[in-house]
Write a protein that binds this ligand. Structure first.
Ligand SMILES: [Zn+2]
Ligand SMILES: [Zn+2]
Length: 249
């Protein structure tokens, strides 16, 4: 069984008690984080799971700060672990994952530095190609966003597509999966770097995903806007994610 715990369901900044991009995935003896936004702080809810592992793999969709700033919280949770951070690297970017994150986490900005928040920290580029974490296959697909971002597929269990516009033609022949975590930033297509619930509702094929949960929600929504998005989502059976939500698949 694969277990997913949503730790950060917002994009950009925490709002309404919800942190930014992060989900914990436990599958086939591996423990993984999808992105490492401020939602890493919610690992406080998962101490019993963390205690059972000595290795944590972090799969980054891209390097935007709302997806990586939680790396500096890991010292509280992962001091006993080996942490492997997988990021896009080349050719999508000019520099490596280590280059970017060692800049962001340099000691003048974060006292533990880029290698000090766990027993061992490794930075790995997936270079736009599928890769293995132990026996678990991670599929990678490039997306359209303001900077290159990547869809991440954990076997045929979880597909994580965040920080992307929705291209209907990319989803026609996509392999089925049990769970889709897809970003939802707006009601209708206003911002071409992101996805609207309307485009997802009309363009996502039926029966490809057992469950669709919307993440990277927009912290700028007021209650009326959020309710409108939620109503539209429900019509297709999609749910808006909340922090602490656990999904067993
Ligand atoms: Zn983001
Ligand atoms: Zn982004």
């Amino acid at each position: 069984m694969t277990k997913v715990c949503i730790l950060g369901s917002m994009g950009w900044m925490p709002a309404a008690g919800q942190q930014t991009a992060c989900a914990l995935v436990e599958t086939r003896g591996q423990l993984m984080l999808l992105d490492a936004g401020t939602g890493v702080a919610n690992l406080a809810m998962c101490q019993d799971i963390l205690a059972r592992y000595d290795r944590l793999s972090i799969l980054l969709s891209h390097y935007h700060l709302d997806h990586v700033c939680g790396l500096m919280y890991l010292k509280r949770f992962a001091a006993h672990m080996r942490v492997d951070v997988y990021g896009p690297g080349r050719p999508a970017y000019e520099r490596t994952t280590a280059d970017y994150l060692c800049d962001v986490l340099q000691e003048s900005m974060y006292s533990s530095g880029p290698h000090g928040f766990a027993r061992e920290v490794n930075y790995v580029d997936y270079d736009g190609k599928d890769f293995m974490v132990g026996d678990v296959r991670v599929g990678v697909r490039v997306q359209r966003h303001s900077a290159p971002s990547f869809e991440l597929r954990i076997e045929d269990d979880v597909v994580y597509a965040t920080d992307t516009c929705f291209d209907r033609e990319n989803w026609g022949n996509v392999a089925p999966a049990k769970l889709l975590l897809h970003e939802c930033w707006q009601l209708n297509s206003a911002d071409p770097r992101h996805t609207s619930v309307e485009s997802l509702s009309s363009g996502l094929p039926r029966d490809t995903f057992g469950k669709v949960v919307l993440v990277h929600l927009n912290p700028s929504w007021n209650e009326t806007e959020r309710a409108a998005v939620e109503r539209k989502a429900r019509q297709r059976g999609f749910a808006l994610a909340h922090d602490g939500q656990t999904i067993a698949i």
